[in-house]
Design a protein. Structure first.
Length: 503
């Protein structure tokens, strides 16, 4: 693709290598191949169900190890809340539905009720009167300025839950939750990825409340922030795959989805990193199960790492016995859920060693899996990799050819899905950090249809953070209770009993 001098200046400023842009355009031309899923992972076939006695053992194991490890909780928090209020925005345009009626019927049950009331009172308006006679005014004060401006803020800054001492945002809930399991010797490290336009507000929220939470919880919070890097943006194209141009003839680059955050994750220096979405939080009364299973999947990770380290040391000698090779193969098959290529048994000893050493020397992740109750999310599958091996993958529907009857049948048999509940081990057995982008599958991106300035365009997302961006990790799935998954996708989700004060 030929670019003008002005284009090259813009590309240099964006920080994206030219060959990478050409590769992105080639992806638009060729499309991305579908993943070859073999079967859904189910309990006892790729998903571990932890027994009660093992649960206690894992909790003790994690608590014992936590003080000897550096822990971080990593929370993607840049997403705007706009979609949360889709029905309310529609109501402003005169298209009301039952969800809007429910919103107004239970207005006082929302944690932001008092702030909304105060914002309207400052302008001489009464919230309760307006809710009965002038709904558009209430919605404007909630969604725009003057008012709370919730329609333009990220979810992390909205008031989600009511407490006796005042409402709490998801950011604050993550502090409280993190103190219970991302606590190493009294220090709790939490990292939020945020959008640049809202970073100041996140930092102010932490600065205003950090000391109070530290005093209450008896910990010290080390909170950090980062933004999605401009160099991870992707170029947009017209429908004929030529570069899309803005009205000023500049190229259009767009953020490339949560998969771009693998670069932010790669910047974190820690032994264990917990990953959880910003909107999946609950009030204190029902946090216990969440904390329990975070520790459980953390202990499963530590257990796997211990076994990997032992086998690596046994394979790292000049004359490795056949017994150790068999043991490493068994570890990969039974514990790390990685089946070798079909030709494995016919390989030479040197070929087997090369394969085993390569597979063991990778980042490790343990993913919580909840029973599928119709919520969108990546599912657990056995999938064939480019090298012929078969391993566990978190797979989105867009990665599967649903026009293929066999593949669709496999997709429909999934019993669980991943609610973005992960714990990651990103260092090798010598404590050296892996370069995480080296372990992604670049052929698992997505192409989406968008528009700008009234013109259709195609956009490209990088391999998803817990999908293709971690495709070449050692992966373990553990069943976790459904109560640990309580996302807020619409504003009325905050009216569910799990998000309301408990009786």
């Amino acid at each position: 693709m030929s670019f003008s001098q002005q284009d090259h200046a813009q590309i240099d400023k964006q920080g994206i290598p030219l060959d990478q842009i050409n590769q992105q355009i080639q992806h638009f031309v060729d499309g991305f191949p579908y993943l070859n899923v073999i079967r859904a992972a189910t309990v006892d076939d790729g998903i571990i169900r932890v027994s009660e006695d093992k649960l206690t053992q894992y909790l003790h194991q994690f608590d014992q190890a936590a003080g000897e490890r550096s822990l971080v909780k990593f929370v993607p928090a840049s997403g705007a809340a706009t979609r949360m209020f889709k029905s309310l925005f529609a109501a402003l345009d005169g298209k009301s539905d039952k969800s809007v009626d429910e919103f107004f019927a239970r207005l006082s049950d929302f944690a932001f009720y008092n702030d909304l009331k105060a914002a309207m009172k400052a302008d001489g308006k009464d919230l309760d009167d307006a809710a009965a006679t002038d709904r558009p005014t209430v919605l404007r004060y909630l969604l725009a300025t003057p008012g709370l401006d919730y329609g333009n803020l990220p979810k992390g800054l909205l008031e989600f839950h009511k407490y006796a001492d005042g409402p709490r945002t998801p950011v604050e809930e993550h502090l409280v939750e993190g103190a219970a399991y991302a606590n190493s010797n009294g220090v709790v490290r939490i990292h939020f990825t945020v959008s640049p336009e809202h970073r100041d507000r996140f930092e102010k929220l932490i600065a205003d409340n950090k000391a109070d939470y530290e005093a209450w919880l008896g910990v010290t919070f080390d909170v950090s922030f980062s933004e999605q890097k401009k160099a991870t943006d992707t170029i947009s194209v017209n429908m004929d795959n030529t570069p899309f141009r803005n009205v000023d003839e500049s190229l259009l680059f767009r953020p490339a989805g949560h998969g771009a955050l693998i670069e932010n994750l790669n910047d974190i220096d820690a032994d264990i990193i917990f990953i959880k979405n910003i909107d999946n939080v609950v009030p204190d009364e029902i946090k216990e199960q969440t904390v329990t299973y975070k520790k459980v999947i953390g202990a499963v990770l530590l257990d796997a790492q211990q076994q990997i380290t032992r086998l690596q040391s046994l394979l790292d000698t000049s004359d490795v016995s056949d017994g150790y090779i068999a043991e490493a193969d068994e570890l990969l098959r039974r514990t790390l859920f990685t089946q070798p290529p079909a030709a494995y048994d016919s390989w030479t000893k040197a070929q087997k060693l090369d394969y085993l050493r390569g597979k063991l020397n990778r980042p490790v992740r343990v993913c919580g899996m909840v029973k599928n109750v119709g919520e969108p999310g990546g599912g657990p599958f056995w999938a064939r990799n480019a090298d012929g091996s078969v391993s566990l993958q978190v797979v989105e529907s867009a990665q599967i050819d649903l026009t293929d009857e066999e593949q669709k049948t496999i997709f429909d048999t999934a019993t669980h899905f991943n609610p973005v509940d992960l714990v990651c081990g990103v260092k090798d057995s010598h404590g050296k950090k892996y370069n995480l982008p080296d372990f992604r599958d670049p052929l698992t991106g997505f192409i989406t249809a968008k528009s700008k300035d009234g013109k259709d365009l195609k956009a490209q997302e990088l391999p998803g953070l817990w999908n293709g961006a971690m495709a070449d990790w050692n992966t373990i799935f553990v069943e976790v209770p459904l109560i640990t998954f309580n996302p807020v996708k619409t504003v009325n989700d905050l009216l569910r009993k799990e998000h309301q004060p408990q009786e």
